[in-house]
Design a protein around this ligand. Structure first.
Ligand code: NAP
Ligand code: F7E
Length: 336
C-alpha cells in the first residue's frame, strides 16, 4: 500500500506519515523549495526505507503530475498542504488563494486527467469554513432550558477570512469531483487540533512555548511579557495525533463522504491560559500577558464547537485526549 501526502513537513503531515508507516504503508511525502530546513517534524523518518521525500508545490500542476505519474501505484492521496495561518491570510490573500484554494483543483484535475480513479483522495477542510455560522441544539434546549451552539456537517458555511473562503472553494471542488467524476474524494472538516508539533505562531503553541521559555529562564522578572490578541474567542481544541486517525478512517470507507472531526467541547483562549499557567503553578497569569491589538484580525470567528456524531457512528472515531490532557502535554513538552 502506497500513500502520497502533501504537507508532510507540517504538523498533521508528520503525524499522518507516522501513522501510515506504523500501519505498513509506503509513504511518499512532498516538500517544496524553502530557504531554511523544513524537515524538523519528520527528521526521524528521513532514513526510513519506506518513506520518500519528493519535490512538489501544489501551485505548480506539473510538479503534482510528475509525482502522480512516478507513483501511479499509490492508493491514497492526502492533501494537507495549505497556507494554513488564518491571520496571515489577511496579509497574503492572493497566495493563500493560490495554495489553499486553487492548489486543490490542480491535484483533483490531475487525478482525473491521468485517469487515476483508483486513488482515494482526502481533502483537509476546516471548521473555519463555518465562520460566523452555527446551529442550536433544540433537543437539549427542551430538556435543560439553555441553547447550546454547535456546528456539524449540515451547518451552513459563513467564512470570515481569505483562508476560510479558499477552504470553502476547495471543499466544494472536492465534492464536485466526487459527485461529477466518481472520484473517491472525502473531506474532513477538522476543528482546531494541536500538540507539541504545532507551529509556534498558532495561539496554543505560542502560549506553551512562552511558558516553556519562561520556566527555563528561571522565571526571570525581566522576561518579556506574552503578547496576545483576542482572548474571548471559543475554540474546540483536540490533539493532532488523534485527528490523523480520523483522516485515515475516512479513506477506508467504501463510499467517500464529508465528516466533522472534533471533541464537542469548547473553551476560550482565557481558559487555555488558566490551565496552562496552573500546570506550572501560576494561578494568576495577568502580570505575564498583554493584550496587543496588533494580533486582532479584521474579522474574527467567535465560537466553534463541533458535533462529531457522524464520525463516531460511521467511522468509529472518538478523540482520545481531553482538553486538559492536551494543554498539559504541550506545556510538559515545552518546559522540558
Ligand atoms: P501546517 O503545519 O501549517 O502545515 C502545512 C503544510 O503545507 C506544510 O508542510 C507546508 O510546507 C505545506 N505547504 C504550504 N504551501 C505549500 C505549497 N504551495 N505546496 C506544497 N506544500 C505546501 O498545517 P497543519 O496544522 O499541519 O494542517 C494541515 C492541513 O489541515 C492544512 O491544509 C490546514 O489548512 C488544515 N487544517 C488544519 C487544522 C488545525 O487545527 N491544525 C484544522 C483544520 C484544517 P512547509 O513546511 O514548507 O511550510
Ligand atoms: O487562533 C486568537 C485568534 O491562529 C485561534 C488553523 O490551524 O485552526 C487554526 O486557525 C484563536 C483566534 O487558530 C492570538 O484571534 C489570540 O480566535 O491558533 P489560531 P485559528 O485561527 O483558529 C483552524 C481550524 C484552521 O483550519 C487553521 O488552519 O486565538 N488569538 N491571540 C491568537 N491567535 C494567534 N495566532 N496569535 C495570537 O497572538
Amino acid at each position: 500500500m502506497k500513500a502520497i501526502i502533501t504537507g508532510t513537513t507540517g504538523q498533521d503531515g508528520s503525524h499522518l506519515a507516522d501513522l501510515l508507516l506504523e500501519k505498513g504503508y509506503k509513504v511518499v511525502g512532498t516538500t517544496r523549495r524553502v530557504s531554511v530546513d523544513n524537515t524538523e517534524r519528520i527528521k526521524h523518518l528521513l532514513n526510513n526505507e519506506n518513506f520518500e521525500l519528493v519535490s512538489a508545490d501544489i501551485t505548480d500542476g506539473s510538479s503534482v503530475m510528475n509525482v502522480l505519474q512516478k507513483h501511479d501505484d499509490a492508493v491514497e492521496f492526502y492533501n494537507l498542504a495549505a497556507q494554513s495561518h488564518v491571520a496571515e491570510s489577511f496579509k497574503q490573500p492572493g497566495l493563500t488563494w493560490d495554495i489553499t484554494g486553487k492548489g486543490v483543483l490542480n491535484i483533483l484535475q490531475t487525478l482525473i486527467d491521468l485517469n487515476m480513479h483508483h486513488v482515494k483522495f482526502y481533502q483537509a477542510s476546516s471548521s473555519e469554513m463555518f465562520g460566523a455560522s452555527f446551529d442550536t441544539e433544540e433537543d437539549i434546549y427542551k430538556k435543560i432550558g439553555t441553547m447550546e451552539k454547535y456546528q456539524d456537517e449540515n451547518t451552513k458555511f459563513l467564512p470570515q477570512s481569505p483562508y476560510a473562503i479558499a477552504k470553502c472553494a476547495a471543499h466544494y471542488m472536492t465534492r464536485l469531483f466526487r459527485e461529477g467524476y466518481g472520484l473517491h474524494a472525502s473531506a474532513g472538516i477538522l476543528f482546531n487540533h494541536e500538540g507539541p508539533r504545532r507551529g509556534e505562531t498558532f495561539v496554543t503553541r505560542k502560549i506553551t512555548k512562552w511558558i516553556g521559555d519562561f520556566v527555563k529562564s528561571g522565571r526571570s522578572d525581566n522576561f518579556p511579557q506574552l503578547r496576545l490578541g483576542n482572548l474571548e474567542a471559543f475554540r474546540d481544541w483536540g490533539y493532532a495525533g488523534d485527528y490523523v486517525e480520523g483522516m485515515w478512517m475516512m479513506l477506508q470507507q467504501d463510499k467517500a463522504d464529508d465528516y466533522v472531526i472534533c471533541t464537542g467541547e469548547t473553551h476560550t483562549i482565557r481558559e487555555f491560559l488558566d490551565v496552562a499557567f496552573k500546570h506550572v503553578d501560576i494561578e494568576d497569569w495577568s502580570q505575564h500577558v498583554v493584550v496587543d491589538p496588533k494580533f486582532y484580525r479584521p474579522a474574527e470567528v467567535d465560537y466553534l464547537r463541533g458535533r462529531n456524531n457522524k464520525a463516531k457512528e460511521k467511522l468509529g472515531w472518538t478523540p482520545k485526549h481531553s482538553f486538559q490532557d492536551l494543554v498539559k502535554l504541550m506545556v510538559d513538552h515545552d518546559t522540558k
